[in-house]
Design a protein around this ligand. Structure first.
Ligand SMILES: Cc1cc2nc3c(=O)[nH]c(=O)nc-3n(C[C@H](O)[C@H](O)[C@H](O)COP(=O)(O)OP(=O)(O)OC[C@H]3O[C@@H](n4cnc5c(N)ncnc54)[C@H](O)[C@@H]3O)c2cc1C
Ligand code: SF4
Length: 327
């Protein structure tokens, strides 16, 4: 048992103060990932700051017609919110495809964004791992890599980000709101995550001691016609081998705007901007969706065990578009 200090602040200012200047300070939300990491010895914070009493558990309308989702809104509450289910179906579907009902009752919006990869070697401290211990090596590259990345990998790390919710948020152009000692700032979800490069241990743009306070959704508009499709080994309680979040707007029989984010394939939710551009002006038919999928997967490459994910993801994306309502 590694000793740690446990604190339970009731305001954002107190929470920031509690981790300030503490190298080993971590925020604890639902605990569904962090507590596992502590049990496995992957993370051992000396100061655990439980944020569940902060007033960040509501979903509020924003002046521009969008919504502000507090960092402590539970995944189950978010999926059940009638505004989310009606105006942002891609988000409700992504949430409901994740984990299990019990886990979704605990998991929070902030914690879900910051959950760590499910790479087997990352959780097993008997192995080296560049993400856990920089410059120690990446056994997944020549080892078991069935669940690993096909896009954006580096020689240092081929892990994927496991969140379903983050993929939907990337397709919705959501923005992460952050508070730190230097004040508030906002980062679009599409810029929030980093590719591994040479420093896979640095996963996001969040600085030490910064707290996620909310996620902003823009006014729904085209998001009403959106969909999340997840392919996994089991129908329930399994992470994505591949997933696609799509948003499509049509006008006069042609596509006027499209957004595509892929999950289970990269170190971050993978926005396929070029494929989105290619769709604009085309008919919303299978030929267009297949052309977009070809573009989105251009440059994808697998390793010994995950090569199948390239074609799987291509098909997942095409089918996600085909399953959109009223096409
Ligand atoms: C068996 C199992 C299956 C799962 N399946 C899926 C799945 O299919 N899809 C999926 O998406 N997820 C899945 N999950 C992951 C689950 O969704 C995450 O564990 C959960 O969302 C994390 O949220 P939490 O509030 O419990 O975070 P915690 O475990 O409390 O925290 C996670 C990380 O976020 C940090 N943190 C938390 N809140 C904040 C904040 N406000 N500001 C800054 N830092 C913060 C913590 O310090 C920690 O580093 C699964 C988990 C398990 C155990
Ligand atoms: S893929 Fe990344 S997380 Fe997995 S062993 Fe390699 S460095 Fe570690």
């Amino acid at each position: 048992m590694r000793p740690f200090v446990y604190l339970r602040p009731t305001s954002v200012a107190e929470a920031l103060q509690a981790v300030a200047g503490h190298d080993g300070g971590s925020f604890l939300a639902g605990g569904s990932n962090l507590v596992d990491l502590m049990k496995y010895g992957v993370e051992s914070p000396s100061q655990l700051v439980d944020v569940t009493r902060l007033p960040l558990a509501s979903i509020e309308p924003r002046p521009d017609g969008g919504l502000r989702i507090g960092a402590l809104v539970r995944n189950s509450d978010l999926a059940a919110d009638s505004r989310i289910a009606r105006d942002y179906p891609v988000l409700a579907e992504a949430l409901l495809s994740g984990a299990s009902p019990q886990l979704r009752n605990m998991a929070t919006t902030g914690g879900n964004l910051l959950q760590r990869t499910r790479c087997y070697y990352f959780y097993d401290t008997a192995f080296p791992c560049n993400k856990r211990q920089p410059n120690s090596g990446c056994p997944a590259i020549a080892g078991q890599n069935r669940i690993h990345a096909i896009l954006g990998q580096s020689d240092a790390c081929i892990a994927v980000h496991p969140s379903d919710m983050a993929v939907a948020l990337a397709a919705l152009d959501a923005v992460v709101r952050i508070e730190g000692r230097d004040g508030p700032r906002s980062i679009p979800v599409t810029d929030f995550y980093r590719l591994p490069g040479k420093t896979p241990q640095i996963e996001t743009q969040l600085a030490a001691g910064e707290l996620i306070t909310a996620v902003d959704l823009p006014a729904s508009g085209p998001a009403r016609r959106s969909h999340y499709l997840k392919v996994r080994d089991r129908a329930q309680y399994a992470f994505a081998l591949s997933s696609a979040a799509v948003v499509l707007e049509t006008s006069g029989g042609h596509i006027s705007a499209a957004r595509i984010a892929l999950g289970g394939v990269a170190h971050k939710p993978w926005r396929a901007f070029e494929a989105e551009r290619l769709l604009v002006g085309r008919a919303p038919d299978s030929a267009s969706f297949e052309a977009a999928a070809d573009s989105a997967l251009q440059g994808a490459r697998g390793f010994a065990h995950n090569g199948f994910k390239v074609e799987l993801t291509r098909r997942t994306l095409v089918r996600a578009f085909q399953e959109l309502p009223a096409l």
